[in-house]
Design a protein around this ligand. Structure first.
Ligand code: ZN
Length: 435
């Protein structure tokens, strides 16, 4: 680098680090305690919170943002989504097969950018993204967001889902290769190790496995191998589970999280609570969208609600999670996601309980709580605001009208203002591995 460029960069760095943003927070919500503190001041510098409290003076020259009429909350987390997948929901044809045939990885990465922008605009500052993203479109999205090329949530992505032969697909023998790129086959211990390493190399932040997608699901010992191999890179293992037997094997192995909740009963919940295993339940209220409300969908939804109540009664750690990867006419990805509030309300969770699950629990299951999430000094400056009080009416979260990410305003007065996110820096070396 030429010295004059280095000098210019140094000067820029000095100026930017001096810039302070001050927020006048009318009601600062703390999801941990379920209380709101009135008339608080939040100071932000270099993308981090530097002061939070009532008796803080605003430094001269600070940019002041007036949210004195708003409720300010930490950002929301969807702990199970697939931003690079949007398929047409059709009960007769499982059309996500078609997505993997018809849509290229680059196209799906662009789709992921669009979904990410919409999610951030709705207040979701973190998304745990668990596979079905073609050939690492999820890692591409994460890197692009971390580089500041596009706005979007902090991404905790899994790379490609690892499963026994076939993953979740049932291809014909002539089309066996269609399994890839949606799934990595791993049927032996050597293949398990190689598949985990492949995902680590290509940018996964969590390892996602199909526990029991096929009759030849993973044994507890095989899952222990996944867990120990992932641990070498500091990663945990999330298991897609669809049978009771699979759930019990995953729990026995000490898996980090169980994704989906259809197979979880009282016995499974008790065992999960004992071991501190996360329930990422993806509890959908959407059974009526494609088939219409009928006795069958009502019964399905009731089972979902009963399961949530049982998990709560057993003290299982629960995350707000959606698996919302399908297109519903006239709804954005974020509108589909936030509609999952219906399930939590139907299961009699109070507004403060739901908010805590969507924030504090979300940061924990995403394993970012030491870096971002809570509005606390030293953490990344992510926050959202709305007019209504989410501690009294959780549906206030449907009308998030202000979003800040890493100290940069992304949405103000209900309008997205993404200009400050579009940096045009070069691809960094080893960009897949950026944290
Ligand atoms: Zn999923």
């Amino acid at each position: 680098m030429r010295p004059q460029i280095a000098l210019a960069m140094l000067a820029f760095a000095t100026i930017s680090s001096a810039q302070v943003t001050a927020i006048r927070a009318g009601h600062l919500v703390d999801p941990e305690t379920g209380r709101a503190a009135d008339n608080q001041i939040i100071l932000i510098q270099d993308g981090k919170f530097t002061a939070v409290g009532a008796n803080i003076s605003i430094p001269a020259g600070a940019e002041v943002i007036d949210l004195s009429q708003s409720y300010i909350s930490p950002g929301l987390v969807d702990a199970h989504n697939h931003l690079a997948l949007t398929y047409k929901m059709d009960p007769e044809n499982n059309s996500y097969y078609l997505t993997s045939v018809l849509d290229s990885t680059p196209l799906r990465a662009i789709q992921a950018v669009s979904n990410g922008i919409v999610m951030l605009g709705a207040g979701f500052t973190v998304v745990r993204d668990l596979g079905n993203n073609a050939n690492y479109a999820d890692t591409a999205l994460r890197v692009a967001i971390e580089q500041g090329w596009v706005p979007g949530p902090t991404m905790i992505n899994s790379g490609i889902i690892i499963g026994g032969f076939g993953g979740q697909f049932y291809p014909v023998p002539e089309r066996e290769s269609l399994i890839y790129p949606e799934y990595l086959n791993a049927d032996t211990n050597d293949e398990i190790i190689k598949a985990v390493r492949r995902n680590i190399l290509y940018g996964a932040k969590v390892i996602k496995i199909c526990v029991d997608c096929k009759p030849y699901g993973y044994t507890a010992d095989e899952m222990r191998l996944f867990i120990s191999e992932a641990a070498k890179a500091g990663l945990h293992v999330a298991g897609h589970v669809q049978t009771k037997a699979g759930a019990m094997r995953a729990i026995e192995a000490g898996i980090f999280s169980i994704e989906h909740s259809n197979a979880l009963d009282d016995e499974a919940h008790k065992a999960m609570a004992r071991k501190g295993i996360w329930r990422v339940g993806t509890e959908t209220p959407m059974t009526d969208y494609h088939t219409g409300v009928n006795d069958r969908t009502r019964a399905t939804f009731q089972r979902t609600i009963d399961g949530m109540k049982n998990a709560k009664a057993n003290g299982v750690k629960m995350a707000f999670s959606t698996d919302a990867d399908y297109y519903i006419p006239n709804m954005t990805r974020a509108q589909v996601v936030i509609d999952f509030l219906k399930s939590w309300k139907a299961a009699d969770f109070s507004a403060p309980e739901i908010l805590k699950i969507m924030t504090i629990n979300g940061y924990q299951v995403s394993e970012i709580a030491d870096k971002r999430g809570p509005i606390k000094v030293g953490l990344a400056a992510d926050l959202i605001a709305m007019r209504g009080n989410p501690l009294q009416d959780i549906d206030a979260l449907r009308s998030v009208n202000f979003v800040m990410k890493d100290g940069i305003v992304f949405k103000k007065d209900g309008v997205m203002t993404p200009e400050k996110f579009f940096h045009s820096g070069p691809t960094p070396p080893g960009s897949w591995r950026i944290h």
